[in-house]
Design a protein around this ligand. Structure first.
Ligand code: 5GP
Length: 182
């Protein structure tokens, strides 16, 4: 069952929380800020799969400077709504990040574990700089001390789906973001 503002998934109700329009407007602002900050440089945007693929595409279309793209894949939540507390690399980088300006692109930062893990991976490289952009951040869920440089939206601790974010691998194609209603 579906209405314009809500969607039922496995008997649970998700409400539209951030519309497609709001997402696109915020991404334009982030892209302008990043393009200004990296003027004269050629950063490599590194997306964290799978969740970031839509955000990455929309962000890159709005970036006005020269840039390159690559992807990581980390093992994620599996099919659960609760973090397993474990992360491992499933797909490594193709680019050489040494000496380069790296921008990690995340769909959502929850506990911060994935970003922490990525920071540790980059200790083996010597990038010129490394920053993180995330579309969503759940500030109350953060467990690890991580620095997030660009944040799209701060959201409450509830589970969200859509715009790249899945529920049991589905619903990534929803153009808006839906939040589990309490
Ligand atoms: P962290 O490592 O920061 O705890 O979690 C990051 C990853 O957990 C995200 O890249 C995403 O795959 C998953 N995640 C965290 N919160 C949510 C959520 O509310 N919805 C969905 N679909 N995935 C989430």
């Amino acid at each position: 069952m579906e209405t314009e503002n809500s969607i039922i998934v496995n008997g649970e109700k998700f409400i539209c929380y951030i519309t497609e329009e709001q997402i696109q407007k915020r991404i334009s602002e982030l892209a302008d800020e990043i393009s200004r900050d990296y003027a004269g440089k050629i950063p490599i945007f590194i997306g964290v799969l799978n969740g970031s693929f839509i955000f990455m595409a929309d962000l890159l279309k709005k970036i006005s400077i020269e840039s390159e793209v690559d992807f990581f894949k980390l093992s994620s939540y599996g099919d659960s709504k609760i973090s397993s507390g474990q992360v491992k690399m499933v797909k490594d980088l193709n680019c050489d990040p040494n000496g380069r300006d790296i921008i990690i692109v995340e769909d959502i930062v929850d506990t911060g574990l994935s970003i922490k893990y990525i920071e540790e991976i980059f200790e083996n490289y010597h990038p010129n700089s490394m920053r993180v952009v995330t579309l969503l951040l759940k500030p109350e869920r953060l467990k690890y001390e991580v620095k997030i440089d660009y944040i799209g939206f701060k959201i409450p601790s509830q589970f969200v789906i859509g715009y790249g974010l899945d529920y049991q691998q589905k619903y990534r194609n929803l153009p808006s973001i839906y939040i589990l209603s309490e």
